[in-house]
Design a protein around this ligand. Structure first.
Ligand code: HEM
Length: 234
């Protein structure tokens, strides 16, 4: 939009933006921020899922694994802050891209290509905030114990088994279904942003996204399922 001629700012040029500023606010820059933060968040999810599988080795193994993660507070807080930063970048890039797309779209534009955007893609707007809400709940539940009625400091296995029975277990399984939608579309879009070629009838990106999503979400979901069915018990 042009500056109104009579305003005090008339004639004054906006301060030149650095190359970095221009890159970070361009569509490709924002997509790369989403992809970069998405790669690390997906790797965190994979690592966390593999760590959770220690539950099948018994209470001692899972508690020892938990103790190992908490051994170096500086490292633990470094990772926590890093994760928070990545989540912040991911949300910032999403909001900025959405704003850009909405401003770029001419008024009255109604021809959204629903066929080309999958159901998962359209549901990102829903699964993103819901996942965020789940993660907040999850931390208050299994990390701080704030909403866990039987929480014991350092007893990860005990907290897991007493915390994932009944409705809670079902909430976790539903959240993993949501994560599946989000990861599947997210990993696939990430592959496209990073330049993986897209074939007409399927693509390597889609295959990688499908395998990765099934691995992570099914791996996660087996834990509440095992608690609900009594496979994991005190
Ligand atoms: C069925 C699924 C899941 C189970 C059973 C589970 C289990 C756990 C447990 C037991 C802890 C506490 C670890 C400890 O205190 O040592 C934890 C922490 C955490 N989980 Fe999960 N988790 C699940 C899914 C997820 C997902 C999908 C995410 C996000 C992508 C996630 C992110 C976190 C985070 C950020 C922490 C806090 C780590 C910290 O700062 O100490 N979890 N989870």
């Amino acid at each position: 939009m042009s500056v109104v001629a009579s305003s005090p700012a008339a004639g004054r040029r906006p301060a030149p933006r650095s190359r970095l500023q221009r890159f970070l606010t361009s569509s490709i820059g924002l997509k790369l921020i989403m992809a970069f933060s998405g790669v690390f968040l997906s790797l965190f999810a994979l690592g966390h899922m593999l760590g959770n599988l220690q539950a099948y080795q018994g209470a001692e193994a899972l508690d020892a694994y938990g103790a190992l993660l908490h051994k170096e507070p500086a490292l633990l807080w470094g990772v926590r802050l890093g994760l928070l930063g990545l989540v912040g970048m991911h949300i910032f890039a999403y909001l900025a891209l959405t704003r850009r797309n909405n401003t770029a779209r001419p008024k009255g534009y109604r021809q959204r290509k629903w066929r080309e955007s999958s159901y998962a893609s359209r549901s990102m707007t829903l699964t993103g905030p819901l996942l965020l809400a789940f993660i907040v709940y999850h931390i208050l539940h299994l990390t701080t114990g704030t909403v866990h009625p039987d929480y014991e400091e350092g007893a990860v296995y005990h907290n897991l088994v007493t915390g994932l029975g009944g409705v809670n277990g079902l909430i976790y399984i539903a959240a993993m279904a949501m994560l599946a939608f989000h990861l599947w579309h997210g990993v696939w879009s990430m592959m496209l942003t990073l330049g993986l070629p897209e074939g007409r009838y399927g693509s390597l990106g889609r295959t990688v996204a499908t395998i990765f999503t099934i691995l992570v979400t099914v791996g996660f979901a087996t834990v509440p399922l095992a608690v609900l069915t009594g496979v994991l018990h005190l």
